[in-house]
Write a protein that binds this ligand. Structure first.
Ligand SMILES: Cc1cc2nc3c(=O)[nH]c(=O)nc-3n(C[C@H](O)[C@H](O)[C@H](O)COP(=O)(O)OP(=O)(O)OC[C@H]3O[C@@H](n4cnc5c(N)ncnc54)[C@H](O)[C@@H]3O)c2cc1C
Length: 353
């Protein structure tokens, strides 16, 4: 049995991949604090304003679509929504950069798209470009459905993991609260900075805030990008939208701030011509890392203890492949993706014990 700590994207998809291989799991998940439930759920093929392809897109994207579509069928819930991203240029430089990137990557980017259909909703300045396809995954619905299945199998405990109760078995296994596990895998998101086994890894957790809005009349086939923000369809109804997000590296316990709300309202007032209402304001922490790559693997000193973490701001794209890759490693001994393997920090982990 594998004991998994956390049921965000990492823990839920790892539990699923292990169960698919016939390996039993028990998942412990503490209430609240999941970045996965705050994320807009976007799989954006390009990165930020530079518009370069996300690293390892050709590996991560096909696996993500195969796994989410498989889950969609298995769980009977629509999960994958294909959209495009409309980049509304705020300056002549942004527009020029988009044209250059579109010439370099015409498969994903199209410059100077017709804006007739969006002019009713936005105050346009330097036109727009399109990135497509972009996918939005209904992460909350997927986590709920996977959680229900774990509950039905008696494999989910809604509680925080208590390190004081962990014991090592004489044959190298782990014992926790009377349970004997062949592996203990931490998928705790940003709280891993406090994990005594893995706190020495170079974490760079990034807090972020987002608003939930009600906007009627905005076409739902696209995500709109303007002024450094993203306005994305949200699954709570025809008028529900997600608007975000900020980045802050100075807190692990973020609360919604007036500063973010003010900046968001200013951006909306400047761009959106349709009336809107704020229905919610949320904050969470991305489990980011200094080298911007995930942390996956087993501890060099405690080889029954591992983690799947460090998904940063790309967890929706990367978690399915990494969970499957790690499940195969744990059950069949196949190699881990080298870029994600924590073996790159072996010396750091050995020094920390
Ligand atoms: C504002 C914002 C917007 C984002 N938008 C996107 C996006 O559009 N696309 C994208 O790909 N990514 C996005 N992200 C990043 C994405 O949310 C993360 O990459 C991903 O959710 C990380 O998943 P995780 O499972 O590692 O962590 P989490 O989702 O944080 O899950 C960790 C789980 O572990 C539990 N836990 C922690 N400690 C313990 C313990 N001791 N005992 C028991 N349970 C514990 C927590 O309660 C939680 O349920 C966004 C993040 C933020 C903050």
């Amino acid at each position: 049995m594998f004991l998994i700590i956390g049921q965000g994207l990492a823990g839920a998809l790892l539990a699923h991949a292990l169960r698919q291989r016939g390996a039993p799991v028990t998942v412990l998940d503490a209430a609240g604090g999941s970045a996965s439930r705050i994320a807009s759920g976007a799989i954006n093929p390009v990165l930020g304003a530079r518009l370069h392809r996300a690293a390892n897109l050709a590996t991560f994207l096909p696996a993500a679509l195969r796994i989410y579509r498989g889950l969609e069928e298995e769980l009977g819930t629509p999960l994958v929504h294909e959209l495009s991203a409309l980049w509304l240029h705020g300056t002549a430089e942004e527009a020029t950069h988009f044209v250059l990137r579109a010439a370099a990557d015409p498969e994903l980017l199209e410059a100077d798209v017709s804006t007739a259909d969006i002019e009713a909703a936005f105050r346009l300045r330097y036109g727009a470009g399109r990135v497509a396809p972009l996918y939005r995954i209904a992460v909350g619905a997927m986590l709920d459905a996977l959680r229900e299945r774990l509950v039905a199998a008696g494999a989910l405990r809604e509680e925080a993991f208590d390190f004081a109760q962990l014991k090592m078995d004489s044959d190298g296994g782990v014992i926790y609260d009377g349970m004997r596990a062949s592996g203990l895998i931490f998928c705790e998101g940003a709280s891993a900075v406090h994990n005594p086994f893995f706190s020495a890894l170079p974490w760079a957790p990034a807090a972020g805030e987002a608003l939930l809005l009600s906007v009627s009349g905005l076409p739902r086939g696209a995500v709109y990008k303007f002024g450094g923000h993203t306005l994305s369809p949200w699954p709570d109804g025809e008028d529900a939208w997600w608007f975000g997000a900020s980045y802050r590296w100075d807190t692990l316990e973020p609360a919604p701030t007036a500063a973010f709300r003010g900046a968001a309202e200013a951006a909306l007032a400047s761009w959106l011509t349709l009336p809107y209402r704020i229905t919610n304001h949320r904050a969470g922490v991305r489990p980011s890392t200094v080298d911007r790559k995930a942390f996956v693997g087993l501890h060099p000193v405690h080889p029954r203890i591992g983690l799947l973490n460090g998904l940063g701001s790309k967890g929706v794209l990367t978690a399915p492949f990494l969970a499957e890759n790690f499940a195969a490693h744990l059950t069949e001994g196949t190699p881990l993706m080298p870029e994600a393997d924590i073996a790159r920090y072996r010396r750091v982990l050995l020094r920390a014990g």
